[in-house]
Design a protein around this ligand. Structure first.
Ligand SMILES: Cc1ncc(COP(=O)(O)O)c(C=O)c1O
Length: 460
């Protein structure tokens, strides 16, 4: 039996269309109203604390209530609360942040372009890839290859690149010129008897076969998250990005790293592509760029792209792309401060130091009969629920995962189920003791979920 809904819950469902929720069931089940946050915790409207094991949406790397970030925003609000970068105007916070990004980015990035969201960053990436090829006199080289289960956002082209069915269904997506190749998930995708190296070679060959079938002269770019987030936290096998990189380089295809989740220390390096030995031609960033405190995203492009794009725009007379809020001074000031704090905390070293402890907690769960696989890198990881530990998954995907998520929320931990994978992506400032606290209720929640799954017939 559901509790009677509070007035705030009723008002929320009357006023809002909630993203990524079932609008019909939340009318009865209610929404969870979060009121404030401090450190790794958020508090609901009844004052109850939760460990925010997802940093919100992979955002709050510095946790909640960071006074320095708040002060940086307040100060910039007082000085220049809004300005833009159009038509030859600029401002110092935008420049300073771009310089700081270029210092830590892989691949000797030359220019930074700002937007407000990850979707807009990836939309910009596609427009830049098209513009670049037009600049080089290659008007046919326009197709973009992403991956099944990849997540790149929800605007028309970004959602088309996203390789998840519910982002396409009834939205009339994907649009043309966007193709999808195989997911590098060994546990789910390996053929019987296939080694990890053989699997990796086959998945890379799938990409090359697709390029050859379409014609390399028609393919502009390959886009990938170093570690797939919303596809279920998939860490690719060793050698995957080396193989992909070799193929893209041979066919003169741009490589876009979608670092929206992986960027700014999450994987133990500044960028996920550095952890996975990949040097992309451009990067998309957002989320932890400001620790989520202000909507800001950035695209960084290498010198070759910058020269071609700037040269072409010079000929046309203007670069005809830009967002009113792209490079918002408050967002950039918060980004500059976030990077200063990451450096001061030596955040990549901190993530590397807690990663084995975080991984050990997840791996310990692989002994549980309901857990099929664990995956992790740095301070992001998951355990995937599976009937009889089989990678085939449940007959009704996502139900058992949702139940597990609810069991954890009841026990004071907010994480997220992506289908039947329970994702943990806590604020990167988390300590070993707090990691222990975060995982403490998991086994009990797993047992409760298992009993529920048996009763509901999900275990066959
Ligand atoms: C890898 C990746 N790219 C892009 C996006 C889209 O970002 P936004 O929701 O800010 O548009 C997300 C969002 O989670 C993401 O995880």
């Amino acid at each position: 039996m559901n509790q009677p809904l509070s007035n705030s819950q009723i008002r929320a469902t009357e006023a809002l269309l909630h993203p990524y929720a079932n609008p019909v069931t939340i009318r009865d089940a209610g929404v969870q109203i979060i009121e404030r946050g401090e450190g790794i915790h958020v508090y609901d409207d009844a004052g109850r604390p939760y460990i925010e094991a997802m940093s919100g949406l992979w955002c709050a790397g510095l946790g909640f209530g960071n006074a320095e970030l708040v002060e940086a925003a307040r100060e910039q609000m007082g000085k220049l609360p809004y300005y833009h970068l159009f038509g030859g105007k600029s401002h110092e916070p935008a420049t300073e942040l771009a310089e700081k990004i270029k210092e830590i980015a892989p691949g000797q990035m030359a220019r930074v372009f700002y937007q407000s969201s990850g979707s807009e960053a990836n939309e910009t990436q596609v427009k830049l890839a098209w513009y670049y090829n037009n600049a080089l006199g290659r008007p046919e080289k326009k197709k973009i290859i992403s991956r099944q289960r990849g997540y790149h956002g929800v605007t028309i082209v970004s959602a088309s690149m996203t390789g998840l069915p519910y982002n396409h269904r009834d939205f009339d997506l994907p649009v043309d010129r966007i193709l999808h190749t195989s997911t590098p998930h060994f546990w789910k995708g390996a053929r019987p008897g296939e080694s990890e190296a053989e699997f990796t070679a086959r998945i890379a060959q799938d990409l090359e076969d697709l390029i050859l079938a379409e014609g390399p002269d028609t393919v502009a770019a390959f886009i990938a998250e170093p570690v797939m987030g919303a596809g279920g936290c998939v860490v690719p096998p060793a050698g995957y990005f080396e193989a992909i990189s070799d193929i893209c380089t041979r066919h003169d295809i741009l490589m876009i790293a979608d670092e929206v989740i992986c960027g700014f220390g999450r994987t133990g390096e500044w960028f996920g592509s550095q952890s996975l030995n990949w040097t992309p031609t451009s990067l998309s960033m957002a989320k932890q760029l400001t620790s989520g405190y202000f909507p800001l995203s950035a695209v960084a492009i290498n010198r070759d792209m910058a020269e071609a794009i700037e040269g072409n725009a010079g000929k046309i007379g203007t670069f005809g792309h830009g967002f009113t809020y792209g490079g918002h001074p408050v967002g950039c000031a918060v980004g500059v401060k976030a990077l200063e704090i990451y450096h001061r905390l030596d955040i990549t070293a901190h993530v590397k130091s807690i990663a084995p402890h975080f991984a050990a907690h997840l791996d310990r769960l692989s002994g549980h009969p309901l857990v099929g696989e664990t995956r992790h890198i740095g301070a992001v990881g998951t355990f995937e629920l599976a009937p009889g530990k089989s990678p085939g998954g449940f007959a009704t995907p996502g139900k058992v995962g949702a139940q597990m998520c609810a069991e954890l929320t009841r026990r004071g931990v907010i994480c997220r189920n992506i289908v039947d994978s329970l994702i943990f992506c806590p604020p990167m400032i988390i300590t070993r003791e707090e990691i222990d606290e975060m995982f403490a209720p998991v086994e009990d929640a797993l047992n409760a979920t298992m009993a529920w799954a048996k009763a509901e017939g999900h275990l066959g």
